[in-house]
Ligand binder design. Structure first.
Ligand SMILES: Nc1ncnc2c1ncn2[C@@H]1O[C@H](COP(=O)(O)OP(=O)(O)OP(=O)(O)O)[C@@H](O)[C@H]1O
Ligand SMILES: [Mg+2]
Length: 235
């Protein structure tokens, strides 16, 4: 079988907070490879280091030590300017609390986001997430589930291969959460690489690979032989 391509190769990532007796290892020597077309779930309880890891590979936060190799270069060692370009053009991010800008419309949230490429495409994406009729509304006029679908459309307008999702259903009711999971499943089927953080075991069953973290460490990394469709996930 052909070896899958490694898209993101992290080695010995360390991140600490506090000092002395309050010293906490948010990441304690974490090494994770993300392969092309993975649907990778990072599973773990609160405080296990999941968001810290995602924020490192999304270049939202900086490591203390370790390497993050993406497309042949170590993003922990590039200039701030190059890092901004990486964030804009190479990774899409979906957050637990949507992170939309509240003073601009839905359409503007998609078209004015750093790295957005294409205004016509924005309309297609809004149609795809079922919100074309909301394009001139402001985020506060939308439900949580609708806001999250706008955030996904915004991430997709960058045309990146990698979508990083941090507990994207965490603030949603079951029905809206399921709509978001279905959308992410579709994107994976279309070839996107997904790194999905959650503390919910049932949702993790959608992944083809599940990494479990505890206290800043990877405690298991397994292939999931029984992938569950978004439609069938119950939590
Ligand atoms: N800005 C910060 N200042 C101090 N400690 C922090 C900070 N951010 C994270 N930590 C600590 O680092 C550890 C890992 O946090 P992280 O946010 O990665 O956990 P998580 O797995 O995403 O948890 P959750 O499921 O609750 O979102 C925790 O012990 C947390 O308290
Ligand atoms: Mg978190």
């Amino acid at each position: 079988m052909e070896e899958a391509k490694v898209l993101i190769d992290t080695k010995d990532l360390v991140k600490t907070y506090g000092e002395g007796e309050a010293l906490t290892y948010a990441l304690n020597n974490v090494s994770i490879k993300v392969y092309e077309h993975d649907f990778l779930v990072i599973l773990g309880g609160s405080g296990s280091g999941k968001s810290t890891f995602l924020n490192m590979i999304g270049a939202i936060d900086k490591v203390e030590s370790g390497e993050i190799i993406v497309n042949g270069r170590d993003i922990t060692k590039v200039s701030d300017k190059e890092l901004t370009l990486y964030r804009r053009n190479e990774v899409g991010f979906v957050y637990q609390f949507f992170n939309l800008l509240n003073d601009i419309t839905v359409y503007q949230n998609i078209t004015l986001a750093p790295g957005s490429r294409n205004k016509e495409r924005a309309l297609k994406l809004l149609d795809r997430v079922g919100l074309l009729d909301k394009k001139d509304k402001f985020p506060r006029q939308l439900s949580g589930g609708q806001q999250q679908r706008v955030a996904i459309a915004r991430a997709l307008n960058k045309e990146t291969n990698i979508l990083l999702c941090d507990e994207p259903t965490g603030a949603l009711d079951d029905a809206s959460g399921k709509a978001v999971l279905k959308l992410i499943e579709e994107l994976h089927n279309e070839g996107k690489t997904i790194v999905f953080v959650t503390h919910t075991k049932e949702i993790a069953q959608m992944a083809n690979r599940i990494i479990t973290m505890k206290d800043g460490k990877v405690v298991s990394d397994v292939r999931n032989e029984h992938v569950v469709k978004a439609e069938e996930v119950e939590w």
